[in-house]
Design a protein around this ligand. Structure first.
Ligand SMILES: Nc1ncnc2c1ncn2[C@@H]1O[C@H](COP(=O)(O)OP(=O)(O)OP(=O)(O)O)[C@@H](O)[C@H]1O
Length: 241
């Protein structure tokens, strides 16, 4: 059974849909890239998958032991978040909070988990550094470690390469690719079409409808023709996946 199956899903606010007719699923180990024009409802879909909004209509089914609480979420970063006055260690450790239950402190297990995720992403040696003093790429790695502390089943990344330079972007994609090869399922929202080169499936959302299918099917669809022409005009490049 799939981790998530969405059938005729409409998402929105106060009972009014901003996107509808969404049909897609994400399986264990999958890599889904969500693309689409501004305002198409991508972030609204994310909030709905995380259980922060109720579907306007249709259904979201969780399977294979997954619930909306088992999603490791890397949100879009705001300027205030980039300036967060905490150490790398504190930010990563905060990802284990849901595992503490009613306990008001971190136990040995949580600390070991945060250490292993920071080591995995090459951030352990700078654990005492202040998060706000890191480069954009390093900050994203720390947030990734934080998300992995919450779960290793499914990561949901909302525009994770915004503001990163081309080298940091390529390194970030490679890191996600590696995690995916090690069994972590990925949902990545992106305005950067290079992200598609790494994905197995693509969900394209726009105001006139949506497409979901394999990367190959997407690249043969009219949705790809439209978006890639616009992207080339903007000087897009290919990813190194
Ligand atoms: N809290 C809210 N209440 C009502 N409408 C909202 C709210 N947040 C967003 N919207 C509207 O929902 C629509 C979809 O917004 P959303 O942020 O999901 O799009 P998006 O595809 O993520 O856009 P972008 O690519 O620009 O990030 C927009 O018309 C937006 O104005």
């Amino acid at each position: 059974m799939s981790y998530i199956t969405c059938k005729d899903l409409a998402v929105g606010y106060d009972g009014r849909a901003v996107a509808s007719g969404l049909n897609f699923s994400i399986d264990k180990g999958d890599y889904l890239c969500i693309v689409g024009e501004n305002g198409a409802g991508k972030s609204t879909l994310v909030k709905t998958l995380l259980g922060l909004l109720k579907p306007v209509s249709g259904e979201i089914k969780f399977g294979d032991g997954l619930t909306s609480r088992d999603i490791g979420y890397l949100p879009q970063q705001t300027p205030v978040q980039k300036d967060f006055p905490a150490t790398v260690w504190e930010v990563a450790l905060s990802g284990t909070l849901p595992k503490c239950g009613a306990r008001p402190f971190y136990g040995r297990k949580e600390k070991q988990l945060a250490q292993s995720q920071l080591e995995r992403l090459g951030m352990w040696d700078i654990r005492r550094k202040c998060y706000r003093h890191l480069s954009g790429g390093q900050q994203q790695r720390v947030l990734l470690a934080r998300a992995l502390c919450a779960t290793e089943n499914l990561l949901l990344l909302d525009e994770p390469v915004t503001g990163l330079d081309p080298v940091a972007t390529a390194q970030f994609y490679q890191m996600i690719q590696q995690l995916n090869e090690n069994g972590v399922a990925v949902i990545m929202i992106s305005h950067d079409l290079r992200a598609i080169d790494c994905a197995r499936h693509v969900l394209h959302m726009n105001h006139g409808g949506s497409f979901w299918g394999s990367r190959e099917e997407y690249k043969n669809s009219r949705y790809w023709n439209i978006i890639s022409v616009e992207y080339e005009k903007g000087g897009g490049q290919s990813a190194a996946c």
